[in-house]
Design a protein around this ligand. Structure first.
Ligand SMILES: NC(=O)C1=CN([C@@H]2O[C@H](COP(=O)(O)OP(=O)(O)OC[C@H]3O[C@@H](n4cnc5c(N)ncnc54)[C@H](O)[C@@H]3O)[C@@H](O)[C@H]2O)C=CC1
Ligand SMILES: O=C(O)C(=O)Cc1ccc(O)cc1
Length: 310
């Protein structure tokens, strides 16, 4: 068991990520007290029932009162309003953080509400599932996965080090990068792939009338994997695309160009072009596996409830 890094931690928004943080922090003995709040009364009631936090408050301001660390785990679109509510309650030396999948836009709406006596250290765990809500979280979610901690101009190195230590205590490996770089990288490795999944499942669903349900009946594992991703939370992903617009559009532009080149290769029977690309991409997958980076274990992706007895 690690020594407690923080006395009181407040989690605002107790869905998949917020509840997983609470469970993992408890598992590691990382914090003294965990307070939690959520805008949804049904979620607050369920969190009380599940019993993985010490205190459930009506408002985020109450949860943040006296906290050493406040982590905003709401959809991105709510981060600015939550920061406006908790900012004035932050005690001297307190750290405000978040888990949003986009960093630039989130920082621009949260940072103005951080008083000079507190610190702001944005973060993003690269771990999740297609499920939402407090029942979907589990303590092992971050084990062996990356958590990106963002350094902002003027950020306090000690506060950054504490947030890194917190994520490492939750089981993650940590790295730092600028918000701008983060948003470009995750546009191509996470946001555009989700958009592709939403699109292909949508297209197939539109064709379903024509094929009389064959789309679902015969869907093999490739299409099934897309349906898992396309089952991800609509609010969360709407907010991701609205808030990482420039980077996503830049990466989509490149993606569409490359797709058009493939379309052309198929039209003109250029088998060598297709074969070369498929050979390169197969090697990439093999490299990922060799480096032990394929930590998206299927049982993690498919989990919808914490282990019995938690
Ligand atoms: N789901 C995933 O796989 C991952 C999500 N993230 C980020 O984590 C954040 C949360 O995502 P999830 O936990 O999946 O969502 P979730 O939908 O499971 O939970 C979000 C919770 O926030 C609450 N909420 C909404 N507005 C609020 C407000 N104004 N004040 C207090 N509570 C409020 C909702 O009632 C809900 O319980 C998002 O910003 C997302 O970008 C980061 C990594 C992975
Ligand atoms: O479920 C999956 O495959 C994911 O890709 C989870 C995920 C979603 C959003 C993030 O910002 C990070 C991880």
């Amino acid at each position: 068991m690690a020594d407690a890094l923080f006395g009181r931690v407040a989690i605002v928004g107790v869905g998949l990520i917020g509840s997983s943080i609470a469970r993992a922090a408890r598992r590691a003995g990382l914090v003294g007290t965990i307070a939690a709040s959520d805008a949804d009364a049904a979620v607050r009631a369920r969190v009380r029932e599940l019993g993985f936090v010490d205190e459930v408050t009506e408002t985020s301001a109450e949860a943040a009162e006296g906290a050493d660390l406040v982590i905003v785990c709401t959809p991105i679109g709510a981060c600015g309003a939550v920061a406006a509510e908790v900012g004035p309650r932050l005690k001297p030396g307190a750290i405000l953080s978040d888990v949003g999948s986009v960093k630039g836009a989130v920082i621009s709406v949260m940072a103005p509400h951080v008083p000079p006596h507190a610190h702001f250290v944005p973060a993003h765990p690269i771990a999740g599932t297609e499920n939402s809500g407090p029942d979907a979280g589990f303590a092992e979610l971050f084990d062996g996965r990356w958590a990106i901690v963002v350094e902002t101009p003027g950020s306090d190195p000690q506060a950054v080090a504490k947030v890194r230590a917190f994520w490492e205590g939750l089981g993650a490996k940590t790295d730092t990068m600028t918000a701008e770089h983060h948003d470009l990288v995750f546009a191509i490795v996470s946001h555009v792939p989700h958009l592709i999944a939403y699109n292909i499942v949508g297209t197939a669903a539109d064709l379903e009338d024509v094929t009389q349900s064959e789309v679902i009946k015969y869907s093999a594992s490739g299409f099934r994997d897309f349906t898992r991703i396309a089952a991800s939370d609509p609010t969360m992903w709407r907010d991701v695309f609205l808030n990482n617009r420039d980077a996503v559009l830049q990466m989509l532009g490149r993606f569409v160009e490359d797709l058009t080149a493939l379309q052309r290769a198929i039209r003109w029977g250029e088998g060598d072009k297709l074969f070369d690309l498929f050979t390169r991409t197969r090697a990439i997958r093999r490299d990922i596996i060799e480096q032990g980076q394929d930590t998206a274990a299927p049982d993690f992706g498919r989990r919808s409830a914490p282990p019995a007895g938690e």
